[in-house]
Ligand binder design. Structure first.
Ligand code: SF4
Length: 391
């Protein structure tokens, strides 16, 4: 006999676990951990000593949504550039320091918002912990203990044979314990590996063993396509479990691309308000327009539009009207025409050649009504553009 349930239907679990409880640190003006929104960061690729080039890249990163930026500090020339960079950057600057403990003190004096150290690479670092803890504590500057598989402490490499998840975590927690001995806990941790499977395991272990905020990263993730996939998979798995307080996507690509990918990962998990979202069908034998071209042209035409707008681009009348109706704006194509939907209602039908420009016009009109700051390059396309405020 089949059992008949008379109770309430089971409530489906929420798609994401609650965020892991972590202590909060302040990286300049940006809170990390303790329930703060997950922040997105990147690292400059310029010579840090070249102050103008570095500030220019930081400005580009800031414009693309980067919230925290890291600069490499491998030489004395770079150290000398830090005060100007820290002062003029609009977002908090983290000094990334390997090998030279004395640069840590210089970065703190320079006004950097935080310092990243790599326990595997800082020679005599352990002897300096007391002084660093005091200097960082006095200045209110947090430290990231950043362990990397490629530069794991030799003692742990010998113990574990290779950079296992356990080895990465042991290295990080050992270094934390040295700081804790001096009462310093203004710490965040990363345990990066280029293999998402090892990386995920390492962060899970770490999340169980401490309450420090965690900086997620898949190190040396590769060129844009591969790095995006690896980062999305690894961050997605961890963030869905509530693990992770700030993220850095590492790509062999311009750093602005890292920010776009990082922001898209957070948006797709609902951890950040969605921006412009193009819902386009994959096309099939029923398609009556070139969906790929249409989606690409609409995406390119609306790039940089700072509004949470869902735009559906559909290839035929099977699913087209349904999806287009659900979106803020959409088109269902067929018979050489496009039915344009705004907020669920058909507002006009236009010839196929005018679909892209009509969608862009309507998107800009909606964005304008929402009081959005329309980027200058899109302003001229706004119907009645004179009313648009440009910032
Ligand atoms: S909307 Fe139409 S063209 Fe696009 S995938 Fe679905 S059935 Fe195919």
């Amino acid at each position: 006999m089949t059992a008949v349930s008379l109770g309430m239907p089971p409530v489906p679990p929420p798609p994401l676990a609650p965020r892991r409880a972590s202590r909060q640190i302040m990286v300049g003006s940006v809170p990390v951990g303790g329930g703060a929104p997950v922040s997105v960061q990147s690292m400059t690729t310029t010579l840090t000593a070249d102050v103008n080039a570095t500030l220019q890249q930081i400005a580009e990163l800031t414009a693309s949504g980067c919230q925290i930026v890291r600069v490499a500090v491998p030489s004395q020339d770079d150290v000398e550039a830090l005060p100007a960079i820290a002062r003029k950057s609009q977002i908090p600057v983290i000094a990334d320091i390997h090998f030279q403990p004395k640069y840590v003190f210089a970065a703190i004096d320079a006004g950097c918002a935080a310092v990243r150290v790599n326990p595997g690479n800082i020679r005599q670092f352990d002897d300096k912990v007391k002084e660093i803890a005091r200097a960082a504590g006095d200045a209110g500057v947090p430290i990231r203990i950043g362990v990397n598989a490629g530069s794991l402490d030799k003692r742990l490499l010998a113990k574990y044979g290779k950079a296992t998840a356990e080895a990465l975590v042991e290295s990080a927690l050992w270094e934390c314990s040295l700081f804790e001995e001096h009462g310093y806990r203004d710490i965040k941790i990363s345990v990066k590996h280029n293999d998402p499977v090892v990386m995920i395991r390492a962060y899970r272990l770490l999340a169980e063993k401490c309450d420090y905020p965690l900086h997620l990263g898949v190190t040396e993730a590769g060129p844009a396509f591969q790095g995006t996939i690896k980062s999305a998979v690894a961050f997605g798995a961890l963030l869905a479990e509530g693990i992770g307080d700030t993220i850095r996507v590492s790509l062999s690509a311009p750093p602005v691309e890292e920010i776009k990918v990082g922001a898209a990962i957070l948006e797709s998990l609902g951890l950040r308000e969605r921006g412009l979202e193009i819902v386009s069908c994959p096309s099939c034998g029923r398609a009556q327009v070139d969906v790929y071209k249409l989606a690409e042209e609409v995406t390119a035409g609306l790039e940089g539009l700072p509004v949470p707008l869902r735009v559906a681009v559909m290839g035929c009348v099977v699913n087209g009207p349904g999806e287009a109706r659900e979106a803020d704006l959409g088109v269902a194509s067929g018979n050489g025409k496009g039915q344009i939907f705004v907020k669920g209602k058909v507002v006009k039908t236009v010839p196929e050649a005018q679909i892209v420009e009509t969608l862009i016009e309507e998107a800009l009109r909606i964005a304008d009504e929402m009081g959005a700051e329309i980027p200058e390059e899109l302003r001229d396309l706004v119907p009645g553009g004179a009313t648009v405020t440009v910032h």
